[in-house]
Design a protein. Structure first.
Ligand SMILES: [Zn+2]
Length: 295
């Protein structure tokens, strides 16, 4: 009898693993929004749906509403009240660009990220936020800042990176908006492994001259800006203590976020930031020479 029960338990366990359906196995994502000079109410649902479509994640959304926004609903109902303890999450995805978070929340993020207990993902204008938060700037590597704020990284045709020191060159901008090509510079990283060397991205703001401490960076992909006539970092990672940060300035609006390349990049980047690995195959609709849009 004992043996039979044991066999049944083993069999049931295998079924769960095979279907990858156990919520306990999933990566716990906290998506933060609620303030942004971009349409966060429209874009957060895209990020949530994209992550959940992989079967790898559970996604809670928390909206830090304030002022005249406080009486309006968040992007998704129900949301987790803000601020929330990060102890039950493996990775924080920021779609937030607004007023400072409470110090207790910032300290929680700093401590857990430094200890490698949580990962961080930065999407587009999330890198505009919190210029006065020193540790945040270390975490995100570079953000939308004045040229006097910090260094910038530009990449030549061969892929060689050059640091431009603070004060020299231009402040952050998007001197080109339109379709552009993403060029993979490190194809061995788990996030970019298997991606075509070059892939097409639909109309988006091409951020240039991102500024910051620019320390502990790994540039995975760049895009050539006709505005700056150089290659700008477009997918990169930062190490912060034992923690992993994944950062992409892609994703200005719905059109940009419907790109299968953008979504795959964030799906893989979020898994990598949480676990250090990527277990997702490259999807069949991943773009190559032509853009690939998910509806
Ligand atoms: Zn934008």
């Amino acid at each position: 009898m004992f043996t039979n029960l044991g066999r049944f338990a083993l069999f049931a366990g295998l079924l769960l693993v095979g279907q990858n359906s156990s919520a306990a196995d999933k990566i716990r994502v906290l998506l933060v929004d609620g303030q942004n000079n971009h349409n966060w109410r429209a874009t957060s649902p895209i990020i949530k749906k994209s992550l959940e479509s992989t079967g790898k994640f559970t996604v809670d959304v928390t909206s830090n509403l304030s002022g005249k926004e406080a009486d309006k609903p968040g992007s998704i109902t129900p949301t987790v009240p803000f601020p929330v303890s990060l102890e039950n999450y493996d990775v924080l995805v920021s779609n937030y660009n607004g007023a400072s978070w409470p110090k207790s929340f910032n300290d929680d993020l700093e401590g857990r990220l430094r200890d490698g207990k949580i990962g961080l993902v930065i999407v587009h204008a999330a890198n505009n936020a919190f210029g006065g938060w020193k540790e945040w700037n270390q975490m995100i590597g570079m953000g939308w800042r004045d040229k006097a704020f910090g260094a910038r990284v530009k990449v030549d045709d061969s892929g060689k990176a050059e640091i431009i020191e603070k004060g020299k060159g231009d402040s952050t901008g998007h001197r080109y908006t339109g379709e552009f090509t993403v060029v993979v510079r490190d194809g061995e990283h788990p996030v970019t492994k298997g991606m075509p060397k070059e892939w097409a991205h639909p109309r988006d703001e091409l951020y240039d001259n991102l500024r910051g401490p620019a320390e502990n960076l790994n540039i995975l992909a760049t895009s050539y800006s006709p505005g700056t006539k150089t290659h700008e970092p477009m997918i990169f990672t930062i190490s912060y203590g034992k923690g992993r940060v994944f950062h992409t300035p892609l994703g200005h609006d719905l059109g940009a976020m419907n790109c299968a390349g953008f979504q795959t990049t964030v799906e893989r980047g979020t898994e990598w930031a949480a676990t250090g690995k990527v277990t997702q195959d490259l999807p069949k609709d991943f773009p190559g020479e032509k853009v690939s849009i998910r509806k």
